[in-house]
Design a protein around this ligand. Structure first.
Ligand code: 13P
Length: 256
C-alpha cells in the first residue's frame, strides 16, 4: 500500500499564494512512486491548480463539497463539479462537524457522492477531549465510521480512506495535546476491527488509515511507524513548504 501524505490547507492562501506554493513543491519533489502526496487548497484554487499540477507527483484534494449534483443550494459546490479536478476530498472533518454542524447523515451522503463522482473520500473521524475523558472514544469512533460508510457497498470500500483525527490533538484546538503512538495504535486497531466486522478482514486490511493532529516533521516518523497507520493528514505544518517536504522525505525514509 502507498503511504499518503495529505496537506489540508484549511482556509489559508490566496489562489496566487497556493499556485506559488504548488510551483515550488513541484520543483522540489522527486517522483516518489510509493508516496501519494496530496494538497487540499480552498475550493476556489482547485480549478487553476488542476491545470498546473503534475499528477505523477502530486494530487489535489477538496476540503469539502455538497452531495447533491445541482439545484437550489446557494453557496455550495457539488462533487460532480469537482469531478476530474479533485482526486480526493476530505469529508467529515471535525471543523465541518462542529463549526458547520455536519452530522453523520450528511457525511454519509457526501462519502457516497464522492465515490459516485470518482473522487476518493478521506473520511475523518475522531473523538473530542470530553468524549475521551468520559470513556466514549470507542462508541464515537464506531458510530462515526459506521455512519459515514452506511452507503458504501462492499466493492466500493477500496475507494475510501479513513483519517483518525482526535479533535483534542488538532493544533488549532485550545490546549491541543500530542497524541501518543499508543493512543493512536489502539484506535487504529479499533477502526480496522470495525471495518472487518462490516466488510470482512480481507477488505478491511486494504483500507488506508491516516493519522492527523499536530503532525510536523519532528513527530512524522514516529507516527508513520505505528502499526496500521498508512499516512498522515497535516494541517498547520503543511502550510510551511520546508516542513511539508521534510515530512514527505521522512515518509520516504520510513518506507524504504
Ligand atoms: P493540524 O496539523 O494543524 O493539527 O491540523 C490537523 C488537521 O485538522 C488536518 O485535517
Amino acid at each position: 500500500m502507498k503511504t499518503y501524505i495529505v496537506g489540508n490547507w484549511k482556509l489559508n492562501f490566496t489562489v496566487g499564494e497556493a499556485s506559488i506554493y504548488l510551483h515550488k513543491l513541484l520543483k522540489t519533489l522527486p517522483n516518489y512512486r510509493d508516496i501519494e502526496v496530496v494538497v487540499a487548497p480552498s475550493t476556489i484554487a482547485l480549478q487553476p491548480l488542476s491545470l498546473q499540477v503534475d499528477r505523477h507527483k502530486i494530487k489535489l484534494g477538496a476540503q469539502n463539497a455538497f452531495y447533491r449534483d445541482y439545484g437550489a443550494f446557494t453557496g455550495e459546490t457539488s462533487f460532480s463539479q469537482l469531478r476530474g479536478i479533485a482526486d480526493y476530498v476530505i469529508v467529515g472533518h471535525s471543523e465541518r462537524r462542529y463549526i458547520f454542524g455536519e452530522n453523520d447523515k450528511m457525511i454519509q451522503k457526501k462519502v457516497a457522492a464522492a465515490i459516485r463522482n470518482k473522487i476518493m473520500p478521506i473520511l475523518c473521524i475522531g473523538e473530542t477531549e470530553s468524549e475521551r475523558a468520559f470513556g466514549e472514544t470507542t462508541d464515537v469512533i464506531r458510530d462515526q465510521l459506521i455512519g459515514g460508510l452506511t452507503d458504501v457497498a462492499d466493492d466500493d470500500l477500496s475507494k475510501v480512506i479513513i483519517a483518525y483525527e482526535p479533535v483534542w490533538a488538532i493544533s488549532s484546538t485550545k490546549a491541543a495535546k500530542l497524541a501518543t503512538p499508543d493512543e493512536i495504535a489502539e484506535v487504529v486497531k479499533l477502526i480496522r476491527k470495525t471495518l472487518a466486522d462490516i466488510y470482512g478482514e480481507k477488505k478491511s486490511e486494504n483500507v488506508p488509515i491516516l493519522f492527523g493532529g499536530s503532525v510536523g516533521s519532528a513527530n512524522a516518523g514516529a507516527y508513520l511507524t505505528i502499526p496500521g497507520v498508512n499516512g498522515l493528514l497535516i494541517g498547520g505544518a503543511s502550510l510551511i513548504l520546508s516542513e511539508f517536504v521534510d515530512i514527505i522525505d521522512t515518509a520516504k525514509r520510513v518506507r524504504s
